[in-house]
Design a protein around this ligand. Structure first.
Ligand code: 8Y4
Length: 263
């Protein structure tokens, strides 16, 4: 899964709006690099980020989905927590709703269920504005799994089928370095009902803290983290650097296909 940010702070023409042609061209580029899913996001979920009104998110995201849809066979994911955006994205041809709030906003569960889209349910402790202030768990792996289990039950109760659901521990979302490392090393235990896992570590502060590098210098650390996630059971990797991650996965897949050595 390649990341396509359509927020003016991360992707702009130098003014205050996102350039549609540039965003679509970048999405096509991610697909050419090997992304099977393009994750279009118009809401900044970085620590400390302010909420974005629905009209603004719709303006940023929906035109990109509409223009991109006929140009690629890649799955289109929309990173949103808002029911209005879920409905419009689905109507514009999106395949997946990637919700960092796991469909907990009023109306989101119903909108996602009615959309027919797949959903990614992510764990987050707190809200983006304050989530990194004092993350606390007694058993981070168990608590994240219990949260995801409850959200899966809510989705099934809303009429979704299990094959539409992907789970995500939410690296960096209300977690310390220690919490993130525990989740990465015990990733398989986070899943419930054998549902596929998505992992997003690309350029995040976990990689920054381990390497001492700023976001632009985190390529090698991010590829390593993605590969470890894949080896620990992640089926989808949300990354900025698709080509480099795809190469690393080719190496892993070759080893996995080869199987254990026969002595
Ligand atoms: C530098 C670059 C530093 C990016 C931080 C970041 C996830 C996600 C995000 C994730 C799922 C981010 C929307 C945070 N992370 N969705 N979204 N899983 N499913 N931060 O881990 O990339 S945004």
């Amino acid at each position: 899964m390649g990341v396509l940010n359509v927020t003016p702070d991360s992707f702009s023409d130098g003014g205050h709006h996102v350039d549609l042609h540039d965003a679509v061209a970048r999405a096509i580029g991610l697909a050419e690099e090997g992304a099977v899913i393009i994750d279009v996001g118009g809401e900044s979920t970085r620590p400390g980020a302010r909420p974005v009104p629905a009209e603004e998110e719709l303006r940023r995201v929906i035109p990109v989905v509409e223009r991109l849809r006929p140009l690629t066979q890649a799955f289109i994911s929309v990173d949103t927590s808002k029911p209005e955006v879920m409905r419009a994205a689905s109507a514009a041809g999106a395949d997946l709703i990637n919700d960092v709030r796991a469909l907990r906003e009023p109306g989101a569960l119903e909108a996602a269920a009615a959309s027919g889209c797949a959903v990614c349910l992510m764990h987050m402790q707190g809200e983006p504005r304050t989530m990194q202030q004092s993350p606390r768990y007694t058993d981070v792996v168990g608590e994240v799994r219990e949260f995801l289990k409850e959200r899966v039950q809510a989705c099934l109760a809303a009429g979704m089928t299990a094959e539409r659901i992907v789970l995500d521990p939410g690296f960096g979302f209300g977690k310390t370095l220690e919490h993130n490392l525990q989740l990465l090393s015990h990733l398989r235990e986070v899943s419930v009902e054998g549902l596929p896992l998505l992992a997003g570590l690309s350029r995040k502060s976990t990689v920054g803290m381990l390497t001492g590098r700023p976001p632009q210098g985190r390529l090698a650390g991010s590829v390593a983290a993605a590969l470890i996630a894949a080896m620990n059971g992640a089926r989808i990797l949300r990354v900025h650097d698709v080509a480099a991650t795809a190469d690393a996965l080719k190496v892993l897949q070759a080893v996995e296909c080869h199987g254990p050595p026969r002595l």
